[in-house]
Ligand binder design. Sequence first.
Ligand SMILES: Cc1cc2nc3c(=O)[nH]c(=O)nc-3n(C[C@H](O)[C@H](O)[C@H](O)COP(=O)(O)OP(=O)(O)OC[C@H]3O[C@@H](n4cnc5c(N)ncnc54)[C@H](O)[C@@H]3O)c2cc1C
Length: 391
Amino acid sequence: MSTKIVGIVGMGPAGLMAGTILLEQGIEVHFFDHKKAAGRKFLVAGHGGFNLTHSESIELFQKKYNHSFIKKAFLQFNNEDWRNWLQSKLGIETFVGSSGKIFPLKGIKPIEVLSNWLEKIISLGGKFNYSHKLIDFSENEAVFSHNGNDIDFSFDYLVLALGGASWKKTGSTGEWKELLDSKNIECTNFVSSNSGFEIEDWHKMADMEGQTLKNTDTSFGLISRKGDVVISSYGLEGTPVYFVNKEFRNSPSDYLYIDLKPTKSQEEIIEILLKSKNTTEGLKNLNLSKTAIQLLKKWTTKEDYSDVKILSSIIKKMSFKPISLRPIDEVISTIGGISMESITEDFKLKNYPTIYCCGEMLDWDAPTGGYLIQGCVSSGFAVGKAISKQE
Ligand SMILES: Cc1cc2nc3c(=O)[nH]c(=O)nc-3n(C[C@H](O)[C@H](O)[C@H](O)COP(=O)(O)OP(=O)(O)OC[C@H]3O[C@@H](n4cnc5c(N)ncnc54)[C@H](O)[C@@H]3O)c2cc1C
């Protein structure tokens, strides 16, 4: 049994993974969270798709991360390792969906995944401290606010896994940034990621809210992504839209384009439209969905709609002017937080060598669809291993 004492602050997937790895090495681990329960955002993710990871090859997978430290952590604990871990340690079987995303087996609820994980931690001797908000720390002591009292906790190593700044009600408030700023730990401002776009002049589309444009090709700048785009009251949502967020952040005055018929060239579309009795029949002959046809009618002028050449070019490249990303609190993830310059390759704070950080509180980015949770558990795993190796 090691004599090290480790505190894990933040009980999302990153902190839970770091703590589990440490407990497995016989290290004494105390978990803290300012909420009354663990893994609130993990459960929110469960209400949506609950993509635990993706089945993509390791080579392609690591390209989804924009920072070498997260890529390296992923190589240390990859998507296959995470699946095997879920199965062998928590008894959670997973399956690969048609899109390649990995989910818990049908019938397994997100709360079951979380409960099994917490039970595993208890069986290894982990101690939980809820309603404990981190308010200060030094190299060997953390201070928590608990029911109006300040509680001191002495540690050999501390892991910060405090999450990003979206969905504040889950506990991921981002308020910790102020504390870290005061300790001269460089942090960048939070920015929405995996976010929908608010689109200029969208008011006329509001009655189409909730409808889906299936199998589009969405592009912005030099990048594009196939998939379904969802129409909302303010603009556009959906995986392809989230994917192009980064290009928007680089060039906010550019346009977003949607190809409504990626399987046909403009020439083929013109041919089908010309052979049809009228535009309405032509669009049906093209097998465009009702939603796509309705959008075309509403978004184009009467003149453009009845001009085959112009209409075909709009079908191939319908343009939208994004005004902004959605407010931070509504989005799936945030970038910003602890600057990667502030940590070493094994996620140790450069100016606090007894303190490690992992998960979404670090300034890295990845698309949704399993890559976020994977990045969190991979960095948590790397931190657990790094601290285990310390004297
Ligand atoms: C709607 C939605 C859907 C999502 N779907 C998916 C998906 O399908 N696949 C995917 O990969 N990702 C998904 N995500 C993203 C994923 O849930 C997060 O990236 C992940 O939960 C982040 O893990 P984390 O451990 O870094 O932080 P979090 O899970 O945010 O946990 C941080 C913890 O720190 C605690 N905390 C914060 N400040 C303090 C403090 N001062 N003191 C004590 N405790 C504190 C919080 O209470 C919280 O429990 C989704 C997110 C949302 C919002």
